[in-house]
Design a protein around this ligand. Sequence first.
Ligand SMILES: Nc1nc2c(ncn2[C@@H]2O[C@H](COP(=O)(O)OP(=O)(O)OP(=O)(O)O)[C@@H](O)[C@H]2O)c(=O)[nH]1
Length: 266
Amino acid sequence: MSDCEEESQDRQLKIVVIGDGACGKTSLATRFAQEAFGKQYKQTIGLDFFLKRISLPGNVNVTLQVWDIGGQSLGGKMLDKYVYGAHGVLLVYDITNYQSFENLEDWFTMVKKANEESDVQPVISLVGNKIDLEHLRTVKSDKHQRFCQENGLLSQFVSAKTGDSIHLVFQKLAAEIIGIKLNKAEIEQSQRVVKADIVNYSQDSPLEGFSSMCDDSGISSQDKLVRGKRLWVEFVLSKETEQGQQPHDDSHTSIFHLLGAKSSAS
Ligand SMILES: Nc1nc2c(ncn2[C@@H]2O[C@H](COP(=O)(O)OP(=O)(O)OP(=O)(O)O)[C@@H](O)[C@H]2O)c(=O)[nH]1
């Protein structure tokens, strides 16, 4: 059986990554899905996607659709549609940037509002990123813990730069969603860097057509593709909304299939 066939039988979980601009959401997602880290900051416009298959105890495989949402989109009209129907949310802040912690309240309120009409509420994990910069920390750990306790959130400190606890944060979230308990040994195993499937977007994806709809003056083909993806997703979600529906699991899955996402073993 091919990777893709196996994946289509896995449970697919929609995981949304949100938080202020530059707190490290894209870095966290790329560290998890591609085991890579870029020092240079490149703002995410709208959103970007990653797909990765992970194994949970008991031979349970799940495919995570990771929606990396640009930090500037708080208040944007598409944001609640991106977040609606998420099984899990990573609420990310930068431990060296107090403002990014303060703004969590707004992000959290937005998630609750977006899912008001949904039958299932997402599992939310509070993620303090950049722990490699501990000496520059401005958000005390007890503030983080209090926010988690008051709001019933999972909790994790990570570094997208070093990879510290990146796999663990997704593993714990997926396990909680599925209702699997991780034991100490499994948690320790996850803290180490784990090699797993990498997903590439195929070059002949239908998004190329949407890329050509973008104003292409002075932007790279990579930026065009990202803008194309965003336009395409907005198109799918707004069509459903026009028909009086809320986006549902199948549409999220089909978004990923149509994006041309496919796996290749590492
Ligand atoms: N030292 C350190 N730098 C990090 C870490 N994670 C991200 N960065 C840096 O922080 C900057 C912003 O990272 P991004 O991942 O682009 O942030 P983002 O939250 O996706 O930003 P938006 O696209 O604006 O929403 C980049 O320069 C990254 O290299 C980390 O764990 N440690």
